[in-house]
Design a protein around this ligand. Sequence first.
Ligand code: SF4
Length: 281
Amino acid sequence: MTDNSKGQQISLEAKDPFELRINHGQHVSETEVRATLASGDMGFVHSFTTGSTVDGPGVRVVAWLTGCQFRCVYCHNPDTWRMTNGVPVTVDRAKAELRKYRHGLKTMKGGFTVSGGEPLMQDRFVVKLFTAARAMGIHTALDSNGYLGGRLTDEDLETIDLVLLDIKAWDPERHRRVTGMDVDPVLNFARRLAALKKPVWLRYVLVTGLTDDPEDIAQIANFATSLGNVQRADVLPFHQLGAFKWKQLGIEYELRDAAPPSKETVERTCAQFRTAGLKAY
Ligand code: SF4
């Protein structure tokens, strides 16, 4: 199968995930998509980026996959929502892409992170990528909203060194308001990772007036601390770098006038995580 309907191969490398990418896999039939998801022999990839220092320890190569079942009102990459916006890529091509960086990643004590979108929409592909990365001696990290964590067996989880778990809100109604989905599966996945003693970095996107409620944050901070496997909390201040994507995709963007949170609010939120006993950045 070729990358697009014209039979051309599309480069997987992007400067960053803010490149708008759409319709690259629209020629793939639904039957093929289903077969692909079941086997994991092919996946849909927005892009590969290099040089990240925020998506796990050291310097990372990040594979941004397409497909997400959340509809976060602050999403920076709504072009990753539809799986067939991504480039259809065989697992062998993705492995070859990763292989290019393996020596550098080891030297820089970095690794390979799979993000999205929501990577677990393509769980079999993700496990194949991580298995390959491990065979190359590369550290692996999964960046996930956690909702589909139940798709991973304990054996699958053994291919993952670190989970970057996004908890979007504590209060169920707020979670639904922010993401359109329930919070319980996310928290259940967090508990399961704790039972397995899997290292986790918690990620929390901070938006003024939406996710800056101190009580909600305290609940998340206390929950994360109680788990015992959360190594740090990363507070991610909302920004508008992805705003142009909403516009170009013609999706109503309710945060179009929202400003990034103030330095004080970011510091206060980090302080809440620290008070609960976590390192926070
Ligand atoms: S989970 Fe991530 S990719 Fe999905 S809608 Fe939310 S922010 Fe966007």
